[in-house]
Design a protein around this ligand. Sequence first.
Ligand code: NAP
Length: 326
Amino acid sequence: MPDPQKAQSEDRQLGAKLVEPLCARLCVIGIGLIGSSILHAAKRRRLAAEIIAYDASADVCARAAEIGLADRIVTSLEEAAAADIIVLCIPVGAMESVGSALGPYLKSGTIVSDVGSVKGAVIAALQPHLPDGVSLIPAHPVAGTEYSGPDAGFATLFVGRWCIITPPVSADPAATEKMCALWSAMGSDVEIMTPAHHDLVLAITSHVPHLIAYNIVGTAADLEEVTQSEVIKFSAGGFRDFTRIAASDPTMWRDVFLNNKEAVLEILGRFNEDLAALQRMIRWGDGQGLFDLFTRTRAIRRSIIAQGQETNAADFGRRVGNDPTQ
Ligand code: NAP
């Protein structure tokens, strides 16, 4: 049963409705957190005259139909290919196989896009399979939660969050413009970058922080002198925030590290050097050095809040519902 109050609140957050749909048919492939969020937003905004969706899993398709995520759930990639804009919302490691299976059915004039967290590797995986006349306009919404699957999505996930578009040099400007309009209509702030620059920026802002969280939670789980129940019981001291990040989808993050190897290793090298410097400061009792660094890092947190990318609510990881922006 649709909740009119929820719908009103979503409409308010998403902003003005489009005068007319951006295309005749929009297709989302992969109905997980990101795919279902696009479907919710696209339906609310009526971004296409028809919105269709496909997933490799029959259970996911059945659940998507039950929730009413799309006008039509299709059961083959051939049917999925008959769309004007196709957005691949699947793990980065699945792009190659889906791209090659989809390629033969694509018609000239179609825009193929994706939401993968890595861009260089996704372009390399998809481009060879796209026939002439099909535009590849990759995108990465910098928004998410630690939840997965068709029930995890919500219409306002992208509101006030950046979406980075990384068109290849040869991309058709009209197709790039259309993808920018699509993301703007879902509430995102859009920025255009080269794929290589995107991969380096995201390595420092997202990929390496996730690796650090996975590592620290793994270290705590392996400690012999501290029991697991103590780790859970006394988790307030910063650890709990790491556990939220370390609960992120294992498939997605395995693929991110395997496909953004170079940039992640580059940033990790610098991180290790800086960690060694911190280790020295502690060993030699360099309180001033520690104080100066912590003062600088506090300023970065303040500018993130000032730019509206986070609130200063003292929630320490205790979120309301599954929307990290609440
Ligand atoms: P998700 O919730 O796990 O959803 C992925 C969906 O794709 C699942 O339903 C999965 O089905 C399906 N799938 C997997 N292989 C497929 C295939 N070969 N053909 C069709 N469907 C297939 O993942 P997500 O969080 O939405 O992530 C999707 C993409 O968004 C990833 O590339 C990720 O890098 C990117 N991204 C994620 C976030 C985030 O915070 N989660 C943020 C920005 C971008 P099964 O479950 O049956 O495998």
